[in-house]
Design a protein around this ligand. Structure first.
Ligand SMILES: NC(=O)c1ccc[n+]([C@@H]2O[C@H](COP(=O)([O-])OP(=O)(O)OC[C@H]3O[C@@H](n4cnc5c(N)ncnc54)[C@H](O)[C@@H]3O)[C@@H](O)[C@H]2O)c1
Length: 336
């Protein structure tokens, strides 16, 4: 066993740094004078979202990854790279386990080889499955109900075992619904296909666009639609910086990242109409299998121990930032 002191020099290697959450974390690290190198295969990410050195590399290519790690000698890794669509994971579990689990296994093995033992990793509230208690505490039982959630839980287990056996310091951050965009509207959510509620609702304000579908209007919630905890992507990025410091100074941990406040799908629609001044066209559909009625974070670790305070928790604020970014996509990259 090697419980060496953390390395304090070298860049932070960010896997999936060209993606939605990763690109905001890259910005946050750079704003705090931390060198970054991004590893991404650009399968769902975009080079234009980052201004950091980029190593185009697939995590499933262990040799390639090892070469990158050997050259950059990172002090720590932030791991975002993954496939993250629940529905797709049901149709293609092989692909999901390959990227999420084998990719993470390669990453942790290479870290061990180059003696980099600090890892901050994206996990998800999907590891909890159907909540047994609400709001969901940090130590809620983990019983995921999709291949996506199970693949992310497998990575948590892998990281926990590496911590016990090899002294890794791993921060496992279980996000709720990442949303919003950078305040300057230069980076934001560019998923294709888009599955997240806020961008889909915003698109349904456009003339000729597909109406937004509300899946399920008969849930046991005040207005019958699902309730989710939306967390601003810049707040998530701040949490990663705090998590890195916590891991380096005190060792690993696991916690939720949510605001503790939930909003229904109908409330999201109202917020988008308020912020944009446009009408959202929508229709109602049946419930989707595996959609719990309410997912809201009740975790206290992030606030009490990391000192994380979401600064952009208001739904309208999240939608405003997302909307400003969405408009840059149709106005040649300039914020309106
Ligand atoms: N967006 C959310 O609401 C949310 C919620 C909970 C957890 N998460 C987790 O956060 C992380 C980031 O999510 P996101 O929304 O930014 O996704 P994203 O698709 O925007 O980003 C993922 C990035 O990883 C890269 N990537 C994928 N497979 C790769 C591979 N094999 N090798 C190298 N790079 C690869 C992609 O090109 C992309 O840049 C994921 O781990 C996801 O499970 C996201």
């Amino acid at each position: 066993m090697d419980f060496a002191k953390p390395i304090r020099s070298g860049p932070v290697l960010v896997t999936g740094g060209a993606g939605y959450v990763g690109s905001h974390a890259v910005r946050c690290l750079q704003a705090n004078d931390i060198d970054v190198v991004v590893v991404d295969n650009l399968s769902t990410g975009f080079e234009r979202l980052i201004s950091a050195p980029l190593e185009v590399c697939d995590l499933r290519d262990k040799e390639g990854l090892f070469d990158v790690m050997r050259r950059h000698k990172p002090r720590a890794v932030m791991h975002f790279a993954a496939r993250c669509y629940v529905g797709e994971s049901v149709r293609d579990p092989l692909g999901y386990y390959e990227t999420n689990v084998i990719g993470a296994w390669n990453l942790l093995s290479c870290m061990k080889e180059v003696r980099c033992q600090t890892l901050v990793m994206s996990s998800t509230c999907a590891v909890y499955g159907v909540p047994q208690s609400l709001p969901i505490p940090d130590d809620h039982s983990r019983r995921p109900i999709s291949p996506y959630g199970r693949s992310k839980l497998a990575v948590e287990f892998l990281a926990e075992d590496f911590s016990r056996a090899y002294g890794f310091r791993v921060g496992r951050l279980r996000y709720f619904n990442a949303a919003g965009a950078s305040q300057d509207a230069s980076i934001g959510e560019l998923h294709e296909p888009e599955t997240h509620v806020i961008p889909l609702v915003m698109r349904a304000t456009q003339p000729g666009a597909q109406p937004f579908t509300i899946y399920g209007t008969d849930y046991d919630t005040p207005d019958g639609t699902c309730i989710r905890d939306y967390v601003h992507v810049e707040d998530l990025a701040d949490a990663h910086l705090l998590a890195l410091k916590r891991c380096e100074d005190h060792g690993g941990f696991a916690c939720n990242l949510g605001t503790g406040r939930g909003f229904s799908v109908r409330e999201v629609i109202s917020s988008v109409e308020r912020v944009t001044g446009l009408h959202v066209s929508y229709r109602t559909g049946d419930r989707r299998e595996g959609d719990p009625p309410i997912l809201v974070s009740g975790g206290r670790f992030a606030g009490d121990v990391l000192g994380w305070r979401p600064k952009r928790a208001e739904l309208d604020r999240i939608v405003e930032d997302a909307w400003r970014f969405e408009q840059t996509q149709t106005s040649g990259g300039k914020a309106p």
